[in-house]
Design a protein. Structure first.
Length: 329
């Protein structure tokens, strides 16, 4: 029996990785133990701080910060999590905030400052709506995935353990909140909290049509000793994730699988606006612009001290010109 390399992968339980979870797809030469029962912030911490997994879905912003600080990690350009971010900027209804520029001079909460979602949100507010990130007093609930010293001019406050940014927003202790997820007051339709962009889908579509950017949240981190010992592993993983995504997307075309009345219409709308594969992996095409944009945001906001290149951040997935497309014997 052929012996495979045993590796541990920590990632989210997504449809686009289900073929890997179920064993329909297996990376050539690799036996994966896949861990999915962690929230994102826990997984990122355990990978970046403790190095507990061989491979892990990890925050792009925290990975960039770790990489520029010389921490021993590499990454594969597999993007398991993307999300538009206009709909995750929340405001206290009594704050008087009606448009983005009303945030200037206000108290704004974040779950943690380095999280990729809020990196994109700050970049959007500054670049698209004229709200400088240094014009805001920031309040962070969690410590960071990697050590971070706020740059000069950044007003960043760490909250004590007994404080929650969601509760502070409800109580009016902060005026707004940039968050990676839907918050409880929104889910419960609490009238004390609303969105900065009530028609956020329209804003997100307009942003995409203007820029072509579908924000990347997470990358696939890999411990460098794996690459040094088995340099073929990253490319084999990359192809397995692509195959898993292809199978999943084909399966998800069927509207019977999802209990939504207008699921197929939503699928077709995505295709019409964003094309056949907005979830593409790799660093070419529109992904290059998306990644270079977020690198620029990270440098502008002081998360990294220099502009890094994509070749620094990601392992090379090339197999040579006109090679790798088909298996030949």
């Amino acid at each position: 029996m052929t012996k495979k390399i045993e590796l541990t992968l920590a990632c989210g339980d997504y449809e686009i990785v289900r073929p890997l979870l179920e064993g329909t797809v297996s990376p050539d030469g690799i036996e994966l133990t896949i861990l999915t029962q962690m929230d994102s912030t826990t997984r990122h911490w355990r990978f970046l701080r403790n190095g507990e997994f061989d491979i892990a879905e990890v925050s792009l912003s925290s990975y960039m910060a770790a990489k520029t600080r010389g921490m021993p990690f590499s990454a594969i350009p597999v993007f398991l999590h993307r999300r538009f971010r206009h709909g995750f900027i929340f405001v206290n209804s009594a704050s008087g905030i009606r448009e983005p520029k009303d945030l200037i001079g206000r108290k704004v909460g974040v779950k943690s400052y380095l999280v990729t979602a809020t990196l994109w949100q700050r970049g959007l507010l500054e670049g698209e709506y004229g709200v400088p990130h240094q014009s805001i007093d920031w309040y962070a609930e969690l410590d960071e995935d990697v050590d971070f010293k706020p740059p000069e001019g950044l007003r960043l406050h760490r909250l004590p353990d007994d404080k929650s940014v969601e509760q502070m927003l409800l109580d009016g202790e902060i005026d707004a909140l940039l968050h990676p997820d839907l918050i409880e007051p929104i889910l419960k339709r609490d009238p004390r909290v609303g969105r900065l962009f009530p028609d956020y889908k329209r804003e997100e579509i307009a942003y995409y049509e203007r820029t072509g950017i579908f924000p990347i949240m997470h990358v696939l981190g890999i411990r460098p000793e794996i690459v040094e010992r088995h340099p073929w592993v990253p490319i084999n993983l990359y192809h397995a994730f692509n195959e898993a995504k292809r199978i999943a997307m084909k399966r998800m075309e069927n509207p019977r699988l999802v209990p939504l009345a207008w699921y197929r219409e939503a699928w077709e709308e995505q295709q019409q606006i964003m094309g056949d594969d907005p979830w593409a992996y790799g660093v070419e095409g529109q992904n290059r612009k998306t990644l270079e944009t977020v690198i620029g945001y990270a440098h502008q906001q002081g998360l990294i001290d220099r502009q890094v290149t994509l070749s620094e951040l990601f392992l090379d997935m090339s197999q040579g010109r006109k090679r790798g497309d088909k298996h030949r014997v």
